[in-house]
Ligand binder design. Structure first.
Ligand SMILES: *Cc1c(COP(=O)(O)O)cnc(C)c1O
Length: 233
């Protein structure tokens, strides 16, 4: 199947999932997780109507961005981020989804202030309490939001999670529900620089369940671009 056909199928799945829970499909941003797909492939997806791209690796994002790969779409960063690479993203990407420590927030704030802008971010939550995954523990979120309120160069726009790998798309519902709960609880608290607008959750195998739990940003790779081919080690 072509990327255009894949994209049409994904959009139909999003529309059906939204309808099933009485939501408007236009409230859900489809982000193409374009890692390991080259600039031409990304361009093809955008031409076919992909509204946003999310990259995992800073160098890959820089390389493709230099080729103009993302023209016509929003550019987001969704991967693990090291503090020394913040300078390549601040002011370049619309949203950094994967902010997983106070130190990283501070580094983003510093760079944003240097450039005289405000960078939108999401805080990543390790909903599955997995040792191998980054993200704040749910009980650390309050402190993180309080720290964020002291940093005028960032604006927290919501929460993101990457739940454990699942076999069946519904297995992750408890993790999606946990993110939703944190989102709702913290929407009522008032912190400076914190706006609970976005919940980034749901990937190729489970985005219907995520939409049912309130997700309004889904990050979809395989279902749009096809299977990724990791180089042999
Ligand atoms: C690769 C990736 C996705 C998309 O995964 P698929 O299962 O291919 O849809 C979503 N989020 C993050 C953070 C990713 O790295």
């Amino acid at each position: 199947m072509s990327i255009a056909e894949n994209l049409a199928q994904v959009k139909a799945r999003v529309a059906a999932a939204a309808k099933a829970c009485g939501r408007d499909e236009n409230d859900i941003l489809l982000i193409g997780a374009s890692k390991m797909n080259d600039a031409d492939t990304v361009r093809e997806a955008i031409a076919a109507g992909l509204p946003a791209c999310g990259e995992n690796r800073v160098q890959e994002l820089r390389d493709k961005n230099a080729l103009g790969a993302y023209e016509g779409a929003e550019l987001h960063f969704i991967g693990t981020l090291q503090k020394n690479k913040v300078k390549y993203l601040v002011g370049v990407v619309k949203l950094i989804h994967s902010v997983d420590s106070v130190e990283l927030m501070q580094a983003i704030d510093k760079q944003a202030q240097k450039l005289g802008l405000v960078q939108d971010i999401l805080l990543e939550i390790n909903t599955g309490a997995e040792a191998s995954k980054s993200g704040f523990r749910p009980d650390e979120l309050g402190t993180a939001l309080y720290e964020a309120s002291k940093l005028p160069g960032i604006r927290v726009r919501g929460l993101m999670t990457v739940p454990p790998i699942c076999v069946d798309g519904t297995e992750n519902i408890p993790f999606f529900q946990l993110l939703k709960q944190l989102f709702v609880d913290n929407s009522e608290k008032k912190y400076d620089n914190v706006y609970m607008d976005f919940m980034s959750m749901g990937m190729s195998g489970d985005f219907e369940a995520a939409i049912a739990c309130g997700s309004n940003m889904i990050r979809v790779g395989t279902a749009i671009f096809g299977q990724r081919h990791y180089p042999a080690k």
